[in-house]
Design a protein around this ligand. Structure first.
Ligand code: FES
Length: 258
């Protein structure tokens, strides 16, 4: 039988226990992935005893409190704190989600926080998003039109505008993209669900005049058709969007042209 081994350093080991010595009684354990490229070695899972009585209700509130009061070296991205910027995406309690909109109360027992899966880790919970952003850039996410612009603006009917609902709301947090097994195995060439949802946003825009060119670019057994409708993307989107439906629409559009 073939035996597979994880590459050295990819298996997290038990880390440090950060005890709460204040006598607090409403304690919850947060197990958090730590990795510091400067010290090398295996990543570790540190445990923080968080006093929920002095912590805000969301997972991000706990991370901010841990950084403020328990370990200032804990590294993670965040900005808006209201589900708009997409920077606080982590794997929380086994599911990719936004820490700022995930209530601690929804999690039973200890809280486990890991970086988004299958992306290179820069430090602690910060992943390297260069590759997904390069893929996003490859779909040319801007309005393309050869028709000279009208004096004021390119108009759109209400019906055509409504076709963009469910697409424009994507905040590029990559929760969906990194929950997809096809993206784990073939992410070097498969565009992934967030990027394809964005591609559909431009294909569906009545003002864009490059639909044919966009579909030709996507007609590829990896870029688009490596999606096998596993649906993890739709299940994990913290904004309640449906990337699988957008991908289905793109596949349909490509097939209709042939
Ligand atoms: S901090 Fe902006 S989405 Fe969470």
């Amino acid at each position: 039988m073939v035996k597979f081994a994880l590459p050295a350093g990819s298996n997290p080991v038990k880390g440090k226990l950060h005890k709460n010595e204040t006598g607090a009684t409403n304690i919850r354990n947060f197990h958090i992935y730590r990795y510091d490229p400067d010290t090398g070695g295996s990543p570790q899972i540190d445990t923080f005893e968080v006093d929920l009585d002095i912590c805000g209700p969301m997972v991000l509130d706990a991370l901010i409190m841990i950084k403020d009061k328990m370990d200032s070296t804990l590294t993670f991205r965040r900005s808006c704190r209201e589900g708009v910027c997409g920077s606080c995406s982590f794997n929380v309690d086994g599911t990719n989600t936004l820490a700022c909109t995930k209530p601690i109360a929804e999690i039973k027992g200890d809280v486990k926080i890991y970086p988004l899966p299958h992306l290179p880790v820069i430090k602690d919970l910060v992943c390297d998003l260069s590759h997904p952003y390069a893929q996003y850039s490859a779909i040319e996410p801007w309005l393309k039109a050869d028709t000279p612009p009208p004096e004021r603006e390119r108009l759109q009917s209400e019906e055509d505008r409504a076709k963009l609902d469910g697409l424009w709301e994507c905040i590029l947090c990559f929760c969906c993209q990194t929950s997809c097994m096809s993206y784990w195995w073939s992410g070097d060439r498969f565009y992934g669900s967030a990027v394809l949802l964005q591609a559909d946003r431009w294909v569906q825009d009545s003002r864009d005049e490059a639909k044919g060119e966009r579909l030709t670019e996507l007609n590829d057994s990896y870029k688009l058709f490596r999606c096998h409708t596993i649906m993890n993307c739709t299940a994990s989107c913290p904004k309640g969007l449906n990337p699988a439906k957008a991908i289905g629409h793109l596949k349909n559009q490509v097939a209709r042209r042939e």
